[in-house]
Design a binder for this molecule. Structure first.
Ligand SMILES: NC(=O)c1ccc[n+]([C@@H]2O[C@H](COP(=O)([O-])OP(=O)(O)OC[C@H]3O[C@@H](n4cnc5c(N)ncnc54)[C@H](O)[C@@H]3O)[C@@H](O)[C@H]2O)c1
Length: 352
């Protein structure tokens, strides 16, 4: 049984407690928060501590799960490693490459296990897009788009303060970039990006990142929190698009709806029938000849966030590797730096 101590019992600390309260191979034995009010509803059979120092001194804790504000991660990783506790840290692991390298040093010095909670590798929308990509049925994929848009104009709590590690790149950007790099193999040659503070003065609340892979694939990641919209029940939009030379895949929503459109016969030079649109006649953008396009359902993918901790338990006991490796986390952080540089200079940045 792996005994876990949770450091930081806010929104995500509670989520972890709920998931791990009944989990094969894991038992939460302790929890701490610097804000005593946060511990008011912590389970009574789990030890409560007022701070991380007391928690890491507990011999009933094997692994600490760091779920405090982003700017606390460095000092908490050091504290835990020095106490010889294995570590799972929430994303974003570090706010800079220097911080991440300091973590790597201290973790190596004390020989503790170290990984990051990037459970969005198990999101259904992402896994479905990845299954389509991996199946190869779209032919040569040349473009992949991942978009997430909020329509209520909301960024909350400490996420609006740069000194706490706020901003959408650190918040969702880490996940969306990680997903893209986990799906598309090979080097990223260039990064071109816009990272913007649309209404927040101090932190980014919009980004668009274009990655050009050595393989030729272009990946686009776009997120906005201020795409306002009214009179709708839809308060966010999540989509994926994958385009290949033999097919396209459209996915909409976190529980994705959509389809794959394919052809067994490439639609080259099929005669120019005219279609009238409100903007005049077109030949390229009219309907395809009858019978050429086959639509297929999206693959059924069984995935859930619990899979992250299932991997953790097996990897902890040496039965498989930790899914999320520190060099992968570092690559995402470097890519975020390149995106910021590109946004600042308005130029593309050479990457790998
Ligand atoms: N993986 C995900 O999907 C996901 C989702 C949400 C948040 N997170 C991450 O979880 C972390 C926490 O985010 P949140 O939304 O729960 O924030 P939150 O503000 O709701 O909770 C953070 C808690 O940590 C406590 N805290 C701060 N410093 C501390 C310290 N030094 N020692 C002990 N407790 C401390 C705060 O008092 C607070 O209760 C962040 O790193 C965030 O990026 C990850």
């Amino acid at each position: 049984m792996i005994k876990i101590g949770i450091i930081g019992y806010g929104f995500m600390g509670h989520e972890h407690m709920t998931m791990l309260s009944d989990f094969d191979g894991i038992k939460v034995t302790a929890v701490c928060d610097i804000d005593p009010e946060q511990l008011a509803d912590a389970p009574a059979d789990v030890k409560h501590y007022a701070g991380a120092k007391e928690l890491v001194a507990d011999s009933e804790v094997d692994v600490v799960l760091i779920v405090a504000n982003n700017n606390q991660h460095l000092q908490l990783v050091k504290l835990a490693a020095e106490a010889k506790k294995d570590i799972i840290c929430e994303k974003p692991l570090a706010l800079s490459i220097e911080d991440l390298e300091e973590m790597e040093r201290v973790v190596a010095e004390h020989g503790v296990k170290f990984t990051v909670h990037q459970q969005r590798r198990f999101d259904p929308d992402f896994r479905t897009a990845k299954a389509v990509f991996d199946a190869g049925t779209l032919g040569d994929v040349y473009t992949v788009q991942s978009g997430l848009y909020g329509f209520n104009g909301n960024m909350h709590d400490w996420h609006i303060y740069p000194e706490q590690g706020g901003g959408m790149l650190y918040d969702w950007g880490v996940h969306l970039i990680d997903q893209m790099l986990f799906m598309i193999p090979g080097k990223v040659k260039t990064v071109f990006a816009d990272v913007r503070n649309v209404i927040n003065e101090q932190v980014d609340d919009y980004f668009k990142i274009l990655l050009r892979f050595e393989s030729g694939i272009t990946a686009e990641i776009e997120l906005g929190t201020y795409f306002l919209r009214d009179n709708t029940d839809k308060w966010f939009e999540r989509h994926w698009f994958l385009g290949g030379n033999k097919g396209s895949a459209y996915l909409d929503g976190f529980d994705p709806k959509g389809s794959i459109a394919r052809t067994t016969q490439l639609l080259t030079n099929v005669g120019g029938s005219r279609t009238m649109t409100a903007a005049g006649p077109t030949r390229s953008f009219g309907p395809p000849p009858a019978g050429r396009i086959v639509t297929e359902p999206l693959p059924e993918v069984h995935t859930e966030h619990r899979n992250y901790f299932e991997n953790y338990v097996k990897a902890y006991h040496g039965e498989e590797e930790f899914l999320v490796k520190i060099p992968e986390v570092k690559r995402v952080l470097k890519l975020m730096d390149a995106a910021r540089e590109s946004a600042r200079t308005m130029k593309s940045v050479d990457f790998e």
